[in-house]
Write a protein that binds this ligand. Sequence first.
Ligand code: MCN
Ligand code: MOS
Length: 779
Amino acid sequence: TAAISAAGSLGLSMQSASASDTATAEPETTDPIEGLGAGRSRGDGKVKVTGEARYAVEHQPGNPLYGVVIQSTVASGRISRMSTEKAQQASGVVAVYTHLNSLKINKPTAIADGGAAQSTYTPIQDDVIIHNGQNIGLVVAETFEQATYAASLVEIDYETSPALIFATDEGVEPKPVSKQDIDMGDAQAAMQQAEVRLSQRYTTPREYNMPMEPHACVAEWQDGRMTVWEPSQWVAGAQVEIAEWMGIDVEDVRIISPYVGGGFGSKPVPYTHVALASVASRALKRPIKVSLTRPQTFTGLGGRPATSQQLELGASRDGKIQAIIQRSFSETSLIDVFAENCSKVTARMYAVGNVSAQHQVRPINTVTPGWMRAPGENPSAFGLEVAMDEMAYALNIDPLELRLRNWAEKDYQLDLPWSSRRLKEAYQKGAEAFGWDKRIMTPRSMREGRELIGWGMASGTYPVNKLPAEAKIILTPQGKFVVQCAGADIGTGTYTILAQTAADILGVASTTIEVQLGDTELPRAGVAGGSQLAGNVTAAVNDTARRMRDQLLKLASELPQSPLNGTPASQLTLKGDGVQHNLRSGLAVSFARLASLAPAESLTVKGGTFPDDLSQSERDKMVRNLNDMSRPEKFSAHSWSAQFVEVRVDEDFGTIRVKRMVAALDSGRLYNPKLARSQWIGGMIMGVGQALMEEGIVDPRNGRVINNNLADYLVPVNGDIPSITTINVGEPDFEATTMGGKAVGELGIVGVAAAISNAVFHATGKRVRDLPITLDKII
Ligand code: MCN
Ligand code: MOS
């Protein structure tokens, strides 16, 4: 072709365009306290990389048994014959549990109904098959190998019935999810009057969370109590679901989950293999380990369901969006309603008063889908942000400029002011760092050799959720602080930021503070989900640390043997591992000394953010369901982002590489900029996977997930990931949360797939509306 390298002719050096790989604007601290805001490394990093950290299934109970799950190989029907004889006779086999000799498992309460179950399916209670890869049995043996072999000996015949494989199949009966409908202004009338209209369908396939640590637990029944080592984003939820399955008191279940090897939304609650492990342990009176194989994790629990949205945008010629009409659906199982709501960002991102959006679920023969990083916001932003790019081209307005022309100065959907929205700053800083002003609008106008260059952008957002939490701080005899909370650290940094929170108040180096997490015996906290745990538990620890500080000042001034006895607390400060006199230097008492002088019970302090008048059982209830999760009321509180992406497309082969990514993000105050960046880029990398690789491929003949392993279900590896620049544009937002931070964990993925699709269009002139953008779609 005639085009010379436009980028080259613009004087853009491709080397320098590959911008710095480090966080901008956040200098390393030299602060000895390294409290909130310091970019220190993770406290749990060392034990994780040295292998010292014990993940759930690495717990070694005495005399364990091993359970292996059997899964169905058809999508619909019933088990007509099941023979377990050979398996039972195999060496080492202790039991084979199926619907033929069922252990009772009660139906758990769904999350939507105030319980903690993602799926209400109860295994081995009957012979009914509702999806391929359904858990239908458990073989228990003395060793893992024996159980695995015996499981292969179980003979199963099925009487199959026609299955609904895809949401678009004939016979699927859609269900509206009207609670989530949006009806603002008069969208139909405004659409009729719009000068420019476009209507397209955007789809996302099934996607799977694929944490490194598979779903695997150790269940131990002892003295009428159940203890389960289970990787958990939400120990209080796990406790409820297991208690329900087993028909025992919630108090008789303990969940231990100090380390989680990633969840990405797949570990809020235990799945049915945990039900099997728990009832089998009770029946056999021995601890049992059950680990799903990687293939089994594709159907032993659900990932993000496939979504489809028809999105119509109407605008004036000068680029004001006047109406949005959206009709979307997502697949769900035959027994549960899980809605991947595609209109979560539709009515909120831009200043549009006329919006109509309706979502429906379509029940098919699949496992009940579940959360996956930014459920709802993610497909919603994919549709809207690609549609905005299409509108920009229809109007011949720069895509970034079009977004600015539709700037929403308030939340139109809720009709509330924003608590903070530094999205304009994000657009500006992101565009500047990326060099967006050098972009030539026309597709296929930038190239380097055989490579077509594409620049695309998109906006992203994620809401601020809230739930109260509690914490406990203990001063040890050695004068060290221990912070305790039930909240999880799933690789996010909870351990670290809680030490940092307490350090600020207690005046000690945050690295000296021990944090204990992920255990139902610890003070209450809700789910590490909805990107809210950091805000919830930093607020709780902040309160608790203040109480501990007051307590220590009081002890220092009141204990008869304290060197500071008689000095009013107002003249004392916590500093240098002890309590110091504000004016008389050298007059101090160390924390260790105070600990030796004070009565033991005075050295443990509880605090938190529950309303004072709430009873213990009311507090339990709040963290054991998700209905009590709330949002700030007087303001609409969200995190915001602007994603800029460069792709290179090989003109002959159609291969797409992401060359560089620049994001500017507003998550309010960052509790730890290093960890926040780590979260943001983790989300962006997942976005690359979603855009270019990830797709659960379902066999139309039998509903089986064909690519149910990490060789065939592709996720990005190092070689797929370019340099990533993140720019923090957030400022503390105390209307959003007590400590001023907003959501971080899921923000990074939202909008990335759209930015990449838009970049691919810019490079090639091909608009891909169906993820993932594989080369067959652009050649
Ligand atoms: N943070 C910060 N400043 C803020 C808020 C958070 O520095 N204002 C940092 C902290 O290090 C904090 C982390 O970001 O620990 C995440 O905080 P938050 O946004 O509150 O999210 P949660 O703690 O609730 O974590 C859950 C969230 C979700 S919902 C998914 S999905 C996801 C995610 O976190 N899954 C993850 N990030 C993940 N990261 C890893 N490594 N593994 C997963 O499974
Ligand atoms: Mo995150 S998908 O809310 O666990």
